[in-house]
Design a protein. Structure first.
Length: 226
């Protein structure tokens, strides 16, 4: 019987004669071994008689396990096929644990003549025009961030959530704004911890920081003093 053509793979593949022959030979060899052991046990040869008591239980166990394996495999196969008959066919995509596209989040910084400086005790740098991978100050061997740690670039889901977290840092905050985050990203209750982050738009809370726009190559919002 000829098999139908598949528009993506051409004619559906049949099992080759070599594959079929190998499977049949394997089954035949197993059967031959059982028959040979049985002949040895039934033999009148005194050489075999002494070994019968020792080998008989092992051979019986082997025969039983082989028979059980074959019957169990067939039963499991039939059971699985029966389940698949009622299953819905779906097309799956390869899992992507990392964010290839960037997400937008929000955070705040201090500022010096060198650029943006993180609030708190973070060791992650915010270097101009460079995307630095986050590192962990406690366990340098793992890739940041991980769930049971506090490492990674911290950011908030919205500007409103960011503002609620800033009162304790009010004297130090010089810049707030949006950031693009990507790589490994862990979502928290109010925000994210990410492997990579870079400023997207900076809001200059304090004066004299216009240079951050050309240093980081991003747009800025400034307070109109007119």
């Amino acid at each position: 019987m000829s098999l139908p053509d598949n528009p993506f793979f051409g004619k559906m593949r049949q099992k080759s004669k070599i594959e079929t022959a190998l499977e049949e030979n394997l089954k035949a060899e197993e059967q031959k071994q059982l028959e040979a052991y049985q002949r040895m046990l039934n033999s009148k040869n005194p050489v075999y008689a002494q070994a019968q008591a020792f080998y008989s239980p092992a051979i019986a166990a082997y025969a039983k396990s082989l028979e059980y394996s074959q019957s169990t495999s067939a039963a499991v196969l039939n059971e699985n096929i029966a389940k698949l008959k009622d299953a819905e066919a779906v097309k799956l995509s390869k899992p992507m644990p990392d964010h290839i596209a960037t997400l937008t989040a929000y955070r705040a910084w201090r500022a010096t003549s060198q650029g943006l400086v993180p609030l708190g005790r973070s060791i992650n740098n915010w270097l101009p025009k460079r995307a630095e991978r986050a590192t962990c100050c406690r366990v340098a061997s793992h890739r940041a961030p991980v769930r049971d740690c506090e490492c990674g670039y911290w950011s908030f889901k919205s500007m409103d959530l960011l503002q609620k977290a800033l009162p304790d840092y009010a004297n130090n905050v010089a810049v707030v704004g949006s950031v693009e985050i990507w790589g490994r990203v862990i979502e928290c209750e109010n925000g994210f911890r990410s492997e990579f982050a870079y400023p997207k738009e900076l809001w200059l809370v304090k004066p004299g920081l216009e240079f951050l726009s050309w240093e980081y190559g991003v747009p800025v919002r400034m307070i109109d003093k007119s």
